[in-house]
Design a protein around this ligand. Structure first.
Ligand SMILES: Nc1ncnc2c1ncn2[C@@H]1O[C@H](COP(=O)(O)OP(=O)(O)O)[C@@H](O)[C@H]1O
Ligand SMILES: CC(=O)N[C@@H](CCC(=O)OP(=O)(O)O)C(=O)O
Length: 295
């Protein structure tokens, strides 16, 4: 903390968090920590400290992480080409092995950071405790992917079909903080790669999370003039996708927001994960950062 803040001011700042602490007492909060947000070491340390602080303050944080850029770097080192279709990684058998390996590594890095900050994190994937069962996506027809030649087979890519939150609920009753990698199993036992945003939305819906936070690499959803939209309803979000204001990787994120809201999550926020202590700023101050998507 800056040295020009007096002890009295520090106490005032802590006291100002009281209404937020009361509001979120016993609430489950899912934080999706995107691969782009993970960047630098001090940012990862700040993130871990924020998560530990939430747990100590009586909330139940669940971290769902991505790792798209990290998977991309490893595939490059192994001379395997990264291919995407509509933001989803085309995942053949070899790529699936790399995805699971890299997400396992990222998972343990986050676990270690949270534990170093004084928490008790437990690293999981959707496979553990049969948490997430996913449906393999069917190959896309030529017509929906013009210019790509043959039909697009996404390979081992899935979307969540059902979530069993038992393990997450057990963690929330203890001092454990779950950190979950977006890998799931199909009903037939195949390992499937799931987009981390979609995965986080399904988890948040299953535990009826009070808040779902998406930590990404932009300040939130921007309008056509590149100004931050601080609040947006589902209808407004639909219009902004239709009129082309929201494009690319932001589309699945916003669609997941809408889906999570429809499944009972109270509010979803898209935030810049590179801003120090953005999680505390959003939840424990009345400053409200990023874009809040509401019903
Ligand atoms: N209207 C918009 N506002 C903000 N970002 C947008 C918008 N439309 C498209 N984007 C793009 O979406 C990106 C975030 O999505 P993505 O790269 O998938 O994030 P992550 O890797 O964190 O999941 C932004 O970096 C930006 O390039
Ligand atoms: C199917 C699919 O695309 N899976 C993603 C999973 C990781 C992810 O989503 O990570 P970010 O949140 O950092 O982008 C992938 O393989 O990159």
């Amino acid at each position: 903390m800056a040295t020009d803040v007096s002890p009295l001011d520090r106490a005032r700042i802590l006291a100002e968090a009281l209404p937020q602490l009361q509001r979120y007492d016993d609430a489950t909060v899912v934080v999706k920590y995107g691969g782009h947000a993970m960047g630098e070491e001090h940012a990862a340390r700040d993130f871990a400290r924020d998560v530990v602080m939430l747990k100590l303050a009586g909330l139940h944080p669940i971290v769902v992480h991505g790792g798209g850029p990290q998977i991309g770097s490893m595939l490059k080192r192994l001379n395997i080409e990264s291919k995407f279709h509509d933001g989803l990684r085309i995942t053949d058998g070899a790529t699936m092995e790399v995805v699971e390996m890299v997400l396992g590594l990222v998972n343990k890095q986050i676990v270690a950071a949270i534990n170093a900050a004084g928490g008790r994190a437990i690293g999981l994937s959707g496979k553990d405790g049969n948490m997430v069962t996913a449906r393999k996506l069917a190959p896309l027809m030529k017509a929906s992917s013009p210019g790509l030649g043959d039909d697009v087979d996404l390979g081992f890519v899935g979307e969540p079909e059902s979530v069993d939150p038992t393990v997450l609920e057990l963690a929330s009753k203890s001092d454990l903080i779950p950190v979950v990698a977006p890998v799931a199993t199909s009903r037939w036992g195949e390992t499937l790669n799931v987009n981390a945003d979609t995965f986080a939305g399904a988890i948040a819906g299953s535990v009826r999370a009070r808040r779902l936070l998406f930590l990404t690499d932009v300040s939130g959803v921007l309008d056509k003039e590149k100004q931050l939209i601080t609040k947006m309803s589902i209808d407004q979000a639909r219009r902004r996708i239709a009129d082309g204001t929201i494009t690319g990787g932001m589309i699945p994120k916003v669609e997941t927001c809408m889906d999570a809201l429809e499944r009972g999550v109270d509010g979803v926020v898209i935030l810049d994960g590179k801003v120090p202590h953005i999680v505390l700023l959003e939840l424990l101050t009345d400053h409200g950062a990023g874009t809040l998507v509401t019903r």
